[in-house]
Each structure stands twice: as structure tokens, then as C-alpha cells.
Design a protein around this ligand. Structure first.
Ligand code: HEC
Length: 411
């Protein structure tokens, strides 16, 4: 039995990543909502900032917030940090598994720049580090200044990063690169700013000193950014499965628009949780910007990241005419209801996932996903609706193994 262990490892890491992400984002949403729902009360100790009452799972909770710290440190203090770290660790592992190990398919676009695998990976790592260092610098320079100015400066910087990634890497790689950079910024905010600040406060408390409020101010700034970045980052993480979003010349602009849209959505909920009047006006810019993203995604047809033209013709010439005719005939009968530029399948306007298979070169460009869908599993055709036979599946398996062999020998 041919066991696809790498696929299973990837799947399990992805599972863990999503679970960790839910725990992190869940607790982050919870604390933001809690923070905004705090109310003053005369019965609270004078160091307390406010309290909230909540009911959940059959019990009532009374939470009190101390802005700097309570008079003395409680014995049992729960820290919230491992959710964030676990999300980053599993996310980095997943990024390496899919985008670094599979750099030729996912990270490099030979039509843009002919990067070697190593060069592409180094560019990606350098980009993430650069993103954090400059972001951190901007935040330090503008701490305590107007939030609006800071947001605009950061947005311009993120737009630059997005454009630079798009210019150097494949469109899908660039999309993910931005997701990883923003996600890393969020985790680094926890690891390098929020938690160390909180530790200093605790240390000063233990030394019976009055902790400085500057740590609180800094942590608040970063935690606000994390709050606003959450939705765009999730958009990117899911969006890399949708060529309509990532595989156009303007996908880097779509990311920028999504950062603004995500921010507006958060703003709506933040105001609501704070008990203020709901800012329904945000719907107007959200609709306009979403419409803009849709238009941009239509500007050019999705194209999957491709092998270099030389490699393509090398591979193409190593298959016999008989094999090509054979597999193209099967493809025409069993896949082309859906996987052509204008599918005849009812209600389908475009080839699903941007995968169109009308020529042999298209099969080569998609050989790996086809193998996963058709030979290593029976995901395609959906419900085997076109009755693909086992011998026919074998054709796609042979295609895969032969291309793998050619690419290996090339190295
Ligand atoms: C009835 C329509 C239909 C037929 C026939 C069909 N597919 Fe698909 N295909 C789909 C849909 C829908 C998706 C998107 C599935 C999803 O959203 O995960 C898809 C996705 C794919 C993908 C991309 C998977 C990914 O996640 O990137 C590949 C590759 C693929 N199909 C290959 C084939 C091959 C090869 C055949 C013929 C042997 C075939 N399909 C037949 C509808 C079809």
C-alpha cells in the first residue's frame, strides 16, 4: 500500500494549528468583549478599574479588572500566552511543509523571477523578520500618539510588504507570506511586548514597588493591533484555497482592502460591546471595498502557479503520443463537464478552484493536486459522478510518478 504519510502529517499539523488558533482568537475575542463591557461600581476596591457580570454554563461570574495590578499578587494567576505560541509554532510548521518543501509549486513563479528554492525560502524568512522589525519600530516611535496616524502609517507599510511579496513570489506564495508576516507580528506582540511588560509589572509588585503604567499602555497598543488584525489574517489563511482571491495581478491590493474591511468590522463590534451606539455607517465603506475586491479579482483569469516553460516542454516531450491521447480522452470524458474554461455543469461559471484541464500541459501543471484528488484518494470526480474507472485512475498515477522522476533527475 502506498501510504501518503506526508499528506497525513500536513493534515494533522493543520488540525492542531486550527485548534490552537481557535483557542487563541477565542480568548482574544472574549477578553476584548470583557474589557469593553466593564462598568464602574461603588462597591469595588479603589484600585479596581471596573467589573463585569456574566452568566455561562449554569453559573454566574463576577470579574474585576485592575488596570495596573492589584495590591498584592494572587497565588493563582492564569497567563494567556500558550494559545498564541502554539498557533505560531504549528503555523510555521505548516508553512514550511507546504510552501518551503513545495516551493516550486507554491512559492516560486518562474514567469516573475526564476528563483532557486533556497533563494525563495530565504526571501520569505527575511520578509517576515523585516515585517516585524519595521512594524515594531513604527509602534515604538508612535506610542501614545494618535491612533489614526499610527493606523495609516501601518497600513501604508503593510501595503508595501504585500506589493513586495507579490513582486518576488508566486501569487499564492505572496498571499500566504502576508498571512504569515501578519500572524508573526501578532504573536511577537504577545511574546516580545505584552508578556515581558506584564512580567516586569509582576516583578515590581513582588519587590513592593508601584509598577509603572507605561507597560500597560504599550501592551494595550499591541493588543489593540492584534484585535484588528485577526479578521484579515483569517481571511488570508482561508483565502489561499481560493484562486479567485489570490491568483490575480491585484491580489496584493485585495489583502490591503481586507485589512481595512476587517478593521471596520472589528470597530463595529468593539463599539457595540462597549455599549455605545452601533456604528452602522461602517456598512457603507465595507460594501464599497468588498465590491472593489470582487472587481479586482475579476481583472484577469485565475492562473495557477506554473512550472517553467523549459521544464514543461521537457516533461511534455517525455510522454508518448499514445499516453497523451489516452489520458486526454479520459480527461475530456470524465473531467471536462467541470474543468474547462466554460463548464457545462449547471450553475458552474468557472472551472472549480481555477483548475482547467483542456490540454496536456494543464495536466502537467496540476499533476500533484490531480494525483491527490484522483489517484491517492477518490475525491475527484465528486461522488465519482462521471464513473472514473480504476484503470483510468492509474493513468493519472503514472503521470504523477513519471513527472516526479523527471523532476528528481533534473536536480
Ligand atoms: C461534476 C464536476 C466535476 C468533475 C466531473 C470533476 N471535478 Fe474536479 N473539482 C470539482 C469541484 C467542485 C472542485 C472543488 C472542490 C473543493 O472545493 O474542494 C474540484 C477540484 C478539483 C481539483 C483541485 C483540488 C484542490 O483542492 O486544489 C483537481 C485537481 C480536480 N478537481 C481534478 C479533477 C479531475 C482530474 C477530474 C476528472 C478525472 C475531475 N476533477 C472531475 C468538480 C468536478
Amino acid at each position: 500500500m502506498d501510504f501518503d504519510y506526508l499528506e497525513w502529517i500536513e493534515f494533522m499539523v493543520r488540525w492542531f494549528h486550527v485548534i490552537a488558533g481557535i483557542a487563541w482568537i477565542g480568548s482574544s475575542f472574549y477578553f476584548i468583549a470583557l474589557d469593553l463591557s466593564l462598568r464602574k461600581s461603588s462597591s469595588l476596591p479603589k484600585e479596581a478599574h471596573g467589573e463585569a457580570w456574566q452568566v455561562h454554563g449554569g453559573g454566574f461570574y463576577n470579574l474585576v479588572k485592575y488596570l495596573v495590578a492589584p495590591n498584592h499578587l494572587p497565588d493563582h494567576l492564569t497567563w494567556f500566552k500558550w494559545e498564541a505560541y502554539a498557533t505560531w509554532i504549528t503555523g510555521a510548521a505548516l508553512f514550511i511543509l507546504v510552501y518551503y518543501l513545495g516551493a516550486e509549486l507554491y512559492l516560486i513563479d518562474y514567469e516573475k523571477i526564476e528563483l532557486s528554492k533556497t533563494a525563495a525560502v530565504l526571501i520569505s524568512i527575511a520578509g517576515v523578520i523585516f515585517g516585524w522589525v519595521i512594524y515594531d519600530l513604527i509602534c515604538r516611535l508612535l506610542v501614545g500618539k494618535s491612533n489614526l496616524v499610527l493606523s495609516i502609517v501601518l497600513l501604508i507599510f503593510f501595503a508595501f510588504l504585500s506589493w513586495a511579496s507579490y513582486s518576488l513570489l508566486s501569487s499564492r506564495g505572496a498571499f500566504m507570506q502576508m498571512g504569515v508576516t501578519l500572524g508573526t507580528i501578532m504573536v511577537a506582540n504577545v511574546l516580545m511586548v505584552i508578556i515581558p511588560g506584564q512580567k516586569k509589572v509582576v516583578a515590581q509588585l513582588i519587590a513592593k514597588k508601584t509598577p509603572s503604567p507605561k507597560y500597560g499602555i504599550r501592551a494595550k497598543q499591541r493588543s489593540l493591533h492584534n484585535n484588528y488584525l485577526t479578521l484579515p489574517v483569517i481571511f488570508i489563511m482561508i483565502g489561499n484555497h481560493y484562486p479567485t482571491a489570490y491568483a490575480t495581478s491585484y491580489s496584493w491590493v485585495i489583502i490591503v482592502l481586507t485589512i481595512i474591511i476587517g478593521g471596520l468590522v472589528r470597530h463595529f463590534f468593539n463599539e457595540r460591546h462597549a455599549g455605545n451606539k452601533s456604528p452602522y455607517w461602517v456598512a457603507i465603506p465595507i460594501v464599497i471595498l468588498s465590491w472593489g475586491s470582487l472587481m479586482l479579482s475579476e481583472v484577469d483569469e485565475p492562473s495557477l502557479d506554473q512550472l517553467s516553460p523549459e521544464k514543461l516542454s521537457l516533461i511534455e516531450s517525455s510522454f508518448s503520443k499514445e499516453f497523451k491521447d489516452n489520458i486526454m480522452e479520459v480527461t475530456a470524458y470524465k473531467c471536462s463537464t467541470c474543468h474547462v474554461m466554460e463548464p457545462s455543469w449547471e450553475g458552474m461559471k468557472k472551472p472549480p478552484k481555477g483548475v482547467y484541464l483542456s490540454e496536456f500541459s494543464h495536466l502537467i501543471n496540476n499533476y500533484e493536486t490531480i494525483y491527490k484528488q484522483v489517484a491517492a484518494s477518490r475525491a475527484m470526480p465528486p461522488g465519482n459522478i462521471t464513473f472514473l474507472e480504476d484503470e483510468e485512475r492509474l493513468l493519472y498515477a503514472n503521470l504523477f510518478h513519471k513527472i516526479e522522476k523527471i523532476l528528481r533527475e533534473e536536480k
